[in-house]
Design a protein around this ligand. Sequence first.
Ligand SMILES: CC(=O)N[C@H]1[C@@H](OP(=O)(O)OP(=O)(O)OC[C@H]2O[C@@H](n3ccc(=O)[nH]c3=O)[C@H](O)[C@@H]2O)O[C@H](CO)[C@@H](O)[C@@H]1O[C@H](C)C(=O)N[C@@H](C)C(=O)N[C@H](CCC(=O)O)C(=O)O
Ligand SMILES: Nc1ncnc2c1ncn2[C@@H]1O[C@H](COP(=O)(O)OP(=O)(O)OP(=O)(O)O)[C@@H](O)[C@H]1O
Length: 542
Amino acid sequence: MPEVLTPRAAEQLLRPHRKSATALGAMLEYLHETGRGANIIGDGQRQVTGICLDSRAVLPGDLYVAAPGAKFHGAQFAAAAMQAGAAAILTDMEGEATASALGLPMVLVQDVREVVGELSALIYGTDVNCPELFALTGTNGKTTTTYMIRSVLRALGRETGLVGTIEIAAGDTPIPSILTTPEAPQLHGLMARMGEMGVNAAAMEVSSHSLSYKRVDGLRFAVAGFTNLTQDHLDLHGSMEDYFETKAALFDLERSDRAVITIDDRWGVAMAEQATAAVWTLASDAANVDADWVITNIAPLGLGHSFELHGPKSQVLRLNTGLPGDFNVSNAALAVLMVLASDVPLAELQAALDASNPLTVEVPGRMQVIAERPAAIVDFAHNADALARALGSVRSPVPGSRVIVVFGATGERDATKRPIMGAVAATHADVVIVTDDDPHGEEAAPIRAAILAGARGEIAAKGLSSQALEVYPRAEAIAAAVAMATEDDTILVAGRGHEVFQEVMGINLELDDREELRRALLLNGFRPLGQGADSFDSKDEG
Ligand SMILES: CC(=O)N[C@H]1[C@@H](OP(=O)(O)OP(=O)(O)OC[C@H]2O[C@@H](n3ccc(=O)[nH]c3=O)[C@H](O)[C@@H]2O)O[C@H](CO)[C@@H](O)[C@@H]1O[C@H](C)C(=O)N[C@@H](C)C(=O)N[C@H](CCC(=O)O)C(=O)O
Ligand SMILES: Nc1ncnc2c1ncn2[C@@H]1O[C@H](COP(=O)(O)OP(=O)(O)OP(=O)(O)O)[C@@H](O)[C@H]1O
């Protein structure tokens, strides 16, 4: 089990070791120069050495950012921040009323989140010194593609960093990650720390939440990449159009110099049209004449594929990846093009690809093979498109073999995707075992019922031969899948990938799909793969 750090201990890991002081007056000057209204209440000479958006993580000398949230206004926690050693407060008019009684100097602005990224850059010096950044956005494939980019950069001899859902890593040093894209103060502190450690290039996931909440403000990306857009996060965005517009902000020249945009769906085509950064488009269909780069000559190679990339000036790159799933061909192509777009000479890149096969990289909980007979795979697919594509890529050619899928849906998140995921599973699998994902604070039974309704509705409407069952808790569902499997079947346990806790009504229960699957396989006389090539321990040790 990973060690659970206190917020303050985790925060320490996201800070540069060398501290430098910034006066509130210098911040005010910067805000005025950049056309923002701001005032200081109290001592403008007061200096801060760090910046923090959470009272529970404040370190002595910090500027505590008291921002309004969905549940609270951060000013409610200003006293706790002061007790932890905050030297000053950044807040808005609403926060001033609550925080002013404390007597700490305050910087007052109209919109706290609007300025927090840039002020973080000022405080940590990341406006001047920052690793070269490769940013990934899209509904699916961000994590996988960032791992591939890091692997290619390493093959080119670069010192690398990684920021994403599974982990943050500065070189080989793992740092626990709570959000896919951390808040701006933590991101800038982290980039400064990475710089101290000699990291000169980092791949990071940029979630739509992070763009909405302005978490990546103040960072400049050398290359931004787009994977795809399919239904997800409609609880935050309300509509696909809003989801799209949020992501489109990443491809603005104000944030990113260059962009590589996959145009396999209509959203990608629209993204490329709207982007003001210098764009290369990428298509998986070799016949797509509108694309700058196309993927050709795809051929199976082990569990993965070999393929070529053909460019606008007749450039050719020969690639291969051992990761299963046709979508991983597209992820690998995107990763390589993003590195090429950062001005790495093509011949040097091809030599690095040939020398160490960097696109065959293990990504914890993403199409992770736990056993071969039956094929037992743990994957992170947790929306309809990812589930369809994962199921589509695991069916065995053995006649009569079945695909058994175990999955649920997250509570307190986009509820509209639940029946759709049920229908998708009923279409692509023979046995659909509906169970719990992370219910969070939501009642689990209605979530399962919504998925089952989608699955059974599809079976009835289309006359499918698949069957849909409800089994919970999740460990029992995994056990049931293994108990009914023959050696020729495939079991896909989807939705939780690398996660090792299941959150039920505010309580984190220990649950690792990979361990449950291994245990059930052994109990049923099957042989899971050893801790060699399929090892997933790198993340868990973090
Ligand atoms: C929906 C969302 O993103 N909410 C984020 C938002 O929370 P919020 O507006 O509800 O904040 P709040 O709880 O009202 O608190 C207001 C303020 O008081 C502060 N506070 C609160 C309590 C306290 O004791 N002390 C304190 O200082 C908070 O830090 C915050 O600044 O601001 C908080 C402060 O940074 C974030 O922690 C929180 O992320 C929550 C934890 C979250 O789960 N976010 C997920 C949905 C998310 O961002 N996911 C994406 C990936 C999505 C994907 O692709 O699957 C990600 O990038 O991780
Ligand atoms: N390019 C792709 N297109 C469609 N599905 C994909 C693609 N790449 C990966 N997937 C599927 O999506 C799942 C999540 O992949 P990955 O973690 O790389 O994406 P992500 O964008 O980081 O997801 P999240 O934001 O939910 O963490 C995988 O487990 C796989 O099933």
